[in-house]
Write a protein that binds this ligand. Structure first.
Ligand code: SF4
Length: 961
């Protein structure tokens, strides 16, 4: 019988074809299926076969359509024609643009390569950009890690050989309790959501330690609304509770960590606090049978965690565990002592310690899987401690963040929960400890005109002798990374580049070259100050203090107006990319994986993928590795480089389908069909780790052998986790006057206080530099799940989720200052004052206010209407944060950074809050001049629509935007 109901098209034709590539709407790099219809993107879905997301797609990922068709896309190379900052440009050809860049860069390479500072933002091609910099010959390179989460990354590498997110993940299928410290939505988006889903469906506990109960914290079973900057104190208190109650895994500590390694006690002497080593340099442990010191890696030896040996030349040596007990059993870490400071009552600290112990020891997991450890000992089973943790920027972005991140790893280690069933598991090519990574290059003897540098600009130092300083101790990098300002910086200090370059400290640069870094807006502290610095001129010559700025981006961000030459990038659907094991991998704990992006659409503008442009520039400059013997370009473009570049014989950007016919994994000759093979395979490559190699990777010879076959290392590199850091102690000894390389006098106390070899806690610097009564409130940002840096809030679909960002405050604070939801407040720091709208919420630490990150926009940028809510009610907290701390008594101003890594201390911010007058204009303060759009960018339509042409109601519309 015919129905009278309207006909519903149940299987509409979605697309003409589907192309599988990798998302770039955030840093997770999920696999996506891009459905194309009539040559345009119709629909994006998750790739169900992809190891990262297994088909899951988030709001950002599906809104990639609007990112790709954004009216803010740059259209052609641009040359500045008005004053810097005015946004006045003329469109030029690529030939003109590349020649201009070559003319700027060529002479400085031949005279002083350091005059180039090349810094990238959320760049996913650091294996290329770092190598390009090395070939150019300048040490002045880093990506955005220094202002993001380097404390977590470096704290992890130096302690356990890897950190969270790209380095490893919870064992979601087996863990019993998951503890999430700080804001984490900023990284590891879909994988954590999928993991949380698994935990919830298995009924396991999720605990959140975060001043704000939002994001993942909102679905936690327990929320600890900690006071910002005190996470380290909380963690050390948990460690004390576990040690006091005997809830630590002594066997694990003895086998897999340096807790038994003998540490010399010889106060005042140059060997005090160093490991006792034999003639070969091997650290020693105390043999339980003989009471003598023996090599820690000797087979069959059982160690003591207590006791001491007398040394012939004075002093004694004790196991590092003895020092741990002395440090952490101190009453200073008692829950009752720390409760007020951390904002968590003592019974709740004790409860979490008990919960962790219960999960680790009462719920022990045993997997019947034989394996062989690094000493050749065979084990019939794998023992698991099902406690897992995760942290990223929340605990990192403090001036005490490095030690806090180390403390968190020590908490995991004493529970025996790293790289075991149910615990935290590494993702290949991690674990990889600091001593296996290269050291950074850039010392005076490693930089020469016209020459590549002797090594990569970034790496891991193992002591003062590895610093990038001259014989007088002066920093050699423009950001002062690897100097006494930030000795173990690892990712550089991008947030200091512009201010140092303008100050000519340690030297001026000639060209600042940046990629995907919105430094004139949300990526800088002291935003107005940075705009002023970018336009600052020499009073005598009238020239800009930073003479030339080259910038590459796909969009008209706020930074574009401050560059002299714009090299327009493609969108992520128009380019080649390698999600490479040489870079930031996408592996899983059970498997190795990498992936590509490839042009699923051709650009309809005069734009080029930045990596192809960089290789073109490299060839024009004659950089080694980028030109053939006859001087011609070695690579046609980035795709050609991905296939043919070898970092060393057999090792290239992609590990899959290597060998001439694609027959090899990991190692193998270049394969001309490699990219096609990836495309056929869904855009990625994946290889399972053998069952006997899946856990204990740092000490598992099956895994070590697998790692050598894959090319992660050339020989097995088993190691012990470093609870006690000899590297930190070496820096401290230097501050005490030992060794050939010592810090300047005015920095010694700071090094002595902060570089403790066992993780410690000290108050965040900003809080001790201001009058706490004048600025009693902590102020933070959190990244919304629906946004990624500044890209998201130009996206018409995502803007509907977060059109502006209020300042969230607690009910208690709202009552105190007399405001209700929708009122406006003034927020004042030692550096600045902003006027912002208020929202009142319950789940926030009562001494903390917070807002979303990077929603506010400058008028005229991103092709948004000048009265868009992002510009009238959206704001940046950045205006309140300075890259320097307030002056000390001696007039000196220290960087607002972690003293060990240089990580930007965004979350140390302290403020004063008061009600704003009711009759002020309903617009945030400060406001800035409206930026103009480049001449070749047409004004966007008033209403952006997409896909109308494919709807059944209007078949005649042209669709598009
Ligand atoms: S989590 Fe990130 S990479 Fe994955 S779909 Fe969402 S935006 Fe894309």
């Amino acid at each position: 019988m015919m129905s009278a109901e309207p006909q519903v098209e149940r299987s509409p034709k979605v697309s003409d074809e589907v192309k599988k590539t990798t998302c770039y709407m955030c840093a997770c790099r999920c696999g996506i299926n891009v459905h194309l219809r009539d040559g345009k993107v119709r629909y994006i879905e998750g790739n169900r076969d992809h190891p990262v997301n297994q088909g899951v797609l988030c709001a950002k990922g599906s809104a990639g359509i609007m990112q790709h068709y954004s009216p803010a896309r740059l259209r052609s190379p641009l040359r500045r024609v008005g004053p810097r900052g005015s946004g006045q440009f003329e469109a030029i050809s690529w030939e003109e643009a590349l020649q201009t860049a070559t003319d700027w860069l060529g002479p400085i390479r031949q005279s002083d390569p350091k005059k180039l500072a090349f810094f990238t933002g959320r760049d996913q091609s650091q294996a290329l950009t770092g190598w390009w910099t090395q070939q150019f010959g300048t040490p002045n390179f880093a990506a955005h890690g220094g202002f993001c989460s380097v404390n977590m990354a470096a704290g992890g590498i130096y302690t356990i050989g890897g950190a969270f997110w790209e380095f490893g993940s919870p064992d979601w299928d087996l863990t019993e309790i998951f503890v999430l410290f700080g804001v984490a939505e900023d990284h590891d988006s879909n994988p954590i959501k999928m993991g949380l889903g698994k935990l919830k469906s298995r009924g396991k506990r999720v605990v959140s330690v975060n001043p704000v109960q939002t994001g993942y914290a909102a679905i936690s079973d327990d929320w600890y609304g900690i006071t910002p900057g005190t996470d380290g104190l909380f963690i050390l208190s948990l460690i004390r509770e576990l040690m006091l109650s005997g809830n630590i895994d002594v066997d694990y500590l003895s086998r897999y960590t340096n807790a038994p390694w003998l540490v010399i006690r010889n106060p005042g002497q140059p060997n005090d606090g160093l490991f006792l080593r034999d003639a070969d340099g091997t650290p020693q442990i105390l043999d339980r049978k003989t009471g003598k010191a023996v090599a820690h890696d000797a087979a069959g030896v059982r160690c003591h965690l207590q006791g001491e040996v007398k040394l012939p030349d004075g002093g004694v040596a004790v196991p590092a565990f003895v020092l741990m007990a002395e440090a952490y059993l101190d009453d200073a870490y008692a829950p009752e002592t720390v409760a007020d400071k951390i904002g968590i009552p003592a019974p709740r600290v004790k409860q979490l310690a008990a919960d962790l112990a219960e999960a680790a020891f009462a719920k022990q997991i045993t997997i019947k899987q034989p394996w062989t450890d690094w000493k050749g000992e065979r084990h019939e089973e794998m023992i698991g401690r099902p406690v897992s943790m995760h942290a990223m920027r929340g605990i990192s972005a403090h001036s005490n963040g490095f030690q806090t991140c180390r403390a968190l790893h020590v908490l995991q280690l004493i529970l025996g929960s790293v790289e075991v069933p149910g615990g935290f598991r590494f993702k290949p090519p991690y674990p990889k400890p600091a001593h296996v990574h290269p050291k950074p290059a850039g010392r005076p003897d490693q930089v020469a005109p016209g020459q590549p540098m002797a090594g990569a600009p970034l790496g891991y130092v193992l002591g003062p002798e590895d610093l990038i300083i001259d014989k007088d101790g002066a920093p050699q990098r423009i950001d002062k990374a690897y100097s006494w300002d930030a000795p173990m910086s690892a990712h550089g200090l991008m947030h200091m580049v512009i201010s140092n370059a303008v100050a000519g400290d340690p030297y001026p640069v000639d060209v600042l070259f940046m990629y995907m870094a919105n430094m004139a807006w949300n990526s800088s502290m002291n935003t107005r100050g940075v705009m002023d610095m970018l336009t600052a001129t020499d009073p005598e010559t009238g020239d800009y203090k930073i003479p030339k700025i080259i910038y590459s981006d796909a969009y008209q961000s706020e930074m574009v107006a401050y560059a002299d030459l714009i090299l327009p990038d493609t969108t992520y659907l128009e380019r080649h990319d390698a999600i490479s094991l040489l870079d930031r991998p996408i592996c899983e704990a059970d498997g190795v994986a990498d992936a590509i992006r490839w042009p699923v659409l051709e650009p309809d503008r005069d734009v080029r993928g930045f990596q192809s442009v960089l290789l073109d520039l490299g060839a024009r400059l004659g950089l080694p590795g980028m030109v053939n013997d006859d001087g011609s370009a070695k690579y046609a473009d980035y795709g050609d480089y991905i296939i043919n570049h070898e970092r060393k014989p057999g090792i290239g950007p992609l590990a899959g389908f290597r060998g001439e016919a694609g027959e090899s994994d990991g190692r193998g000759a270049p394969n001309q069909g490699q990219l096609d093979a990836y495309i056929q395979n869904g855009g990625f490559w994946h290889k399972d780790i053998p069952p006997a190699a899946k856990y204990y990777k740092m000490a598992n010879m099956d895994y070590q052998q697998f790692a050598v076959e894959m090319g992660f290392y050339d020989s097995p590199q088993p190691y012990a986790f470093q609870i006690y850091s000899e590297t930190l102690q070496k820096f401290r000894l230097a501050a005490k006057g030992h060794g050939a390389v010592q810090p300047p006098e005015h920095m010694r106390d700071r090094v002595k206080q902060c570089f403790t070899p066992l993780p410690s806690w000290y108050p965040p610097f900003e809080g001790t530099a201001i009058d706490e009564n004048s600025f009693p409130i902590h102020a933070l940002t959190q990244r919304p799940m629906a946004m990624y840096h500044s890209w998201g809030s130009q996206n018409p679909w995502l803007r509907q989720i977060h059109g502006y960002n209020p300042m969230f405050i607690s009910q208690k604070l709202a009552d105190k200052i007399g405001v209700v939801e929708g009122d406006w407040i003034w927020v004042t720091s030692h550096h600045g004052k902003i006027r912002v709208p208020v929202a009142v919420m319950q789940g926030v630490n009562e001494h903390t206010i917070w807002t979303w990150n990077a929603i506010g926009k400058r008028k005229g940028a991103w092709q948004l209407s000048p009265d868009a809510p992002e510009t009238t009610k959206g704001f940046l907290l950045n205006h309140l944060i300075h890259e320097l701390l307030p002056p000390k008594g001696d007039g000196l101003r220290w960087a607002n950074s972690d003293p060990i890594t240089g990580q930007a201390a965004w979350f140390d911010l302290r403020v004063h809050v008061e009600r704003a007058e009711a009759d002020a204009p309903a617009e945030v303060a400060p406001q800035f001049d409206v930026l103009g759009a480049p001449p070749d960018m047409p004004a966007p339509p008033k209403t952006l629509r997409y896909g109308l042409e494919w709807t059944s109601t209007d078949k005649t519309s042209t669709g598009g935007q």
